[in-house]
Each structure stands twice: as C-alpha cells, then as structure tokens.
Design a protein around this ligand. Structure first.
Ligand SMILES: Cc1cc2nc3c(=O)[nH]c(=O)nc-3n(C[C@H](O)[C@H](O)[C@H](O)COP(=O)(O)OP(=O)(O)OC[C@H]3O[C@@H](n4cnc5c(N)ncnc54)[C@H](O)[C@@H]3O)c2cc1C
Length: 405
C-alpha cells in the first residue's frame, strides 16, 4: 500500500520550511497573495505595485540566502542541492502558506543537464540572482505543434551562425536579456537531426521584436524577427544539430510542473469559504451558490484536484528515482491544464453574473475579480507548452504504444 505520510525526516524538513515562512514572509505580502496572481500579466492584489515589489524583493533575498530559488541545483551554482522530495515539500508548503514562489526559468535545468561547464558557470549563478531574463524561441508561424519543422536558419560562417527567420508567441521577449532558440543549422539533414539549441543575447544587431495584444488586456506575446544575426557556434547547448533532443528535455521540465494541484485546492477552498459566507449573510448576491449543480460541480472539482495531486506525486517519485518523466509529464500537463479550465469555469458560473465583473475595486465584485482573470488566463494553458491534442498523441503513441496516425 502506498503511504503518503511524511517520514520522520520529511516531517522535520516540512516543519523547518513552515518555520522559515512564518519568520520571513512579510505579512502584507502573504495577505496580498490571497487576492493576487499575475495571471495574464494582470495583477489582482490589494497592494500598490511599488509596495508589492518592495516586499517581493525582501522575500526574494530571504529565499536566495537559503538557495531555495533553484532548490534542485548544486550549491556551487547557487542552489541548495535538495532531494526531489525535499523540493516538493518546499513548494507544497510555500503554496499552502501562500508564499510567492520565485524560481528560475526551466532553461537553467536544461543547461544543467546538457550544457558545457563554461555555460553552467556563465549562466546559472546570475539566473539564481535574478539577473538574466529569458524568452523561448521555439514556435514559428508554420511550426507550432510540428515543432521539428522550424525554418529559422543558422548558416555556418567561420565560428559563427548567421541567423535569419521568425519566431512567434515568444512570451516576455520585450523584457528578456537572452533567448534560447531552436534553429535549423543543417537544412539537408532529416528534420529532427538538423536543429541546434542556441543561447544568445536579445540586443544583438538584426533582432526586431513586435508585441501581440491578448484578450486579457496584457501583451506578453511577441513576434521576433532575425535578420543576419551573428551568433557564435559556442552558443549551442549540447552537440550542434542535436538540439532537438535538448529542446525536448526542456519541454519535459516545462510539462512536469508539479505545483499546480495545491494552488487549485487553495482556489477552490477560497471559493467555498466565500460561498458559505455569502449563504450565511444572505446578501442575495450569489443565489447560484445555492443551486444543486454548484454543489455537485464543486465536489467534482475537489475530487479532480485530489487526482491532480496524485499525478504530482507520481512525477515526484519518478524523479526521486532518477527517471525523467516523459509520457507522465504529458499526462500531468493535459490533466492539470484542462482541470484549471474546469475549475475556472465552475468558479465563474458559481458566482453568477457577479463573476463576470472585472473591476477589482468595485464592492460588488466578488474575490477581487480573481475568477474572471483565472477564466481568461486558463484558456491558453491547453495550448502553451504543447496543445492537449499533442499531449494525447504523446500518451497514445509513446505511452500506450498505439500506431501513429
Ligand atoms: C500562453 C502561451 C505561451 C506561449 N509561449 C511561447 C513561448 O514563449 N515561446 C514559443 O516558442 N511558443 C510559445 N507559445 C506557442 C505554443 O507553443 C504554440 O501555440 C503551440 O505549440 C501550438 O502551436 P500553434 O499555435 O502553431 O498551433 P497549431 O500547431 O497550428 O495547431 C492548431 C490546432 O491543430 C491541432 N493539431 C496540430 N497538429 C495536430 C496533430 N498532429 N494531431 C492532432 N491535433 C493537431 C492543435 O492541437 C491545435 O488545436 C505559447 C502559447 C501560449 C498559449
């Protein structure tokens, strides 16, 4: 039988993390997290942007000092060398206690696996200190799901590649210092074997960035154009023309993100508490909270959230045994992203017409308009990092061994 209880060592570690959060998390920030989230680039907090930034800076320094910004990384690169289980407990406690999780971009873990010693020393410590912002140059107008068909070219010229082409949906490119990009460096080779995974600065001559507006009101997305951009051959992570496999490692890290289940539970519990309070106060604002379908839907979401937690547990125990989750990462990504949409949908319906109010400071708006923000932001989650259909294809072919269509 599987025992989900902490071992004595894990319980001691959990107690240590709880004590750290109690002692170091600025109370205002904790309260702010209760009503916040930077989903879709929109802030739903009750602190001013300046005050929030100040408190986040204090909190950041406290976790930086413990090596908990990149807890899995070796200490020499600014990490804490924590075991997989310790990392999971750390993340779980932070989420349960509504402490902001400040982490490094997944590209760092990819560099740790495939990068040269020089690349690790150059990029990892400044990443931990928050000095390098990254963007991901994978998708192109004709290459999204079929990512291996990327057409952005890198022609060899001496010790450089000369890059020409276009990326799209590049999140955060406007503020990024560096990009990690999939670039076709051998046009003659079979499509998976002619791609390199390159790291280069975003202020290089020949790079042009154009923002794309989103329905949430934010514009995190961009198109990035390359015209004769010179990048040294040493910018490749892993072997030249074998970058597809480096990029795939990155996607496995991205898809196996494990923190979401606890966050979902927090949201549901907040909503349930809100509906209970509304019911008792009998304000009439949330009549829908009394309908049977709301109770049934919330019960279903609560059950599914427990299932999502088991997906996380599976990923964690695999990683703890040194196995990189692949199909399991796709299962986790598929289930969590679709569950986030169902939870958002249930939340916004349970609040009735008030759920649609988007003005966070209006007293009629429930829970500072969080549910509208979740609802809009969750739409994109079944697309980013590979669509639900692509995850199902991975599960069917690699997981179940079914023939490709
Ligand atoms: C929030 C978000 C952030 C993103 N950030 C980045 C980023 O930073 N960098 C980056 O490079 N990209 C980013 N993307 C882009 C994302 O990776 C692509 O949108 C995604 O891979 C899908 O590609 P596409 O949009 O070209 O759709 P397409 O590949 O054209 O797919 C269109 C539809 O066809 C379906 N489909 C396609 N092929 C198959 C198939 N073989 N079997 C079944 N169905 C199929 C898809 O599921 C989808 O429904 C981001 C996207 C989102 C939503």
């Amino acid at each position: 039988m599987v025992d989900f209880n902490d071992t004595p060592e894990q319980a001691a570690w959990r107690a240590e993390v709880i004590e750290f959060v109690e002692q170091n998390l600025p109370p205002d920030l904790e309260q702010d997290q209760l009503y916040s989230g930077t989903l879709g680039g929109l802030h739903r907090g009750n602190l001013s942007k300046e005050r929030r930034e100040e408190l986040v800076k204090t909190w950041r320094q406290a976790i930086l000092d413990r090596g908990w910004i990149a807890p899995a990384w070796p200490k020499e690169y600014g990490g804490a060398d924590l075991s997989t289980i310790e990392q999971f407990i750390l993340r779980e406690v932070f989420t349960e206690m509504r402490a902001p999780i400040i982490s490094v971009h997944d590209v760092g873990s990819t560099i740790l696996v495939h990068g040269s010693e020089e690349q690790k020393a150059k990029f990892l410590p400044p990443m931990v200190r928050g000095e390098i912002q990254w963007c991901q140059g994978y998708s192109e107008p004709g290459s999204g799901s079929d990512l291996a068909s990327v057409q952005t070219r890198g022609l060899r010229d001496g010790d450089d590649f000369v890059i020409n082409g276009q990326k799209i949906w590049t999140s955060g490119a406007m503020t990024a210092d560096m990009i990690f990009a999939l670039v076709r460096t051998d046009a003659e080779a079979p499509k998976h074997r002619g791609i390199s995974y390159l790291l280069f600065e975003m202020d290089k001559p020949g790079i042009q960035i154009r923002p794309l507006d989103q329905m949430s009101g934010a514009s995190q997305f961009t198109e990035v154009f390359f015209e004769d951009v010179r990048v040294p051959v040493s910018a490749a992570v892993g072997e030249i023309n074998r970058g597809w496999y480096v990029g795939a490692t990155h996607l496995d890290f991205e898809r196996s993100s494990i923190g979401s289940a606890v966050g979902f539970a927090n949201r549901l519990n907040d909503l349930i508490e809100f509906l209970q309070a509304e019911g008792e106060a009998d304000t009439g604002r949330s009549q829908l909270g009394r309908h049977e379908w709301v109770r049934l839907a919330l019960a279903e979401r609560a059950t599914e959230t427990t299932v999502a937690r088991q997906f996380s547990n599976r990923i964690i125990t695999m990683q703890a045994r040194g196995i990189i989750p692949n199909t399991e990462a796709s299962e986790q990504k598929l289930f969590s992203s679709e569950l986030h949409q169902r939870i958002s949908n249930t939340g916004i319906k349970a609040l009735g017409p008030y759920g649609m109010l988007y003005e966070e400071n209006d007293e009629r708006t429930p829970q500072r308009a969080r549910w509208g923000t979740y609802y809009l932001a969750s739409v994109s989650e079944t697309i980013g990092a590979g669509t639900s259909e692509i995850q199902r294809n991975v599960i069917a072919t690699r997981g179940l061994g079914l023939p490709r269509g």
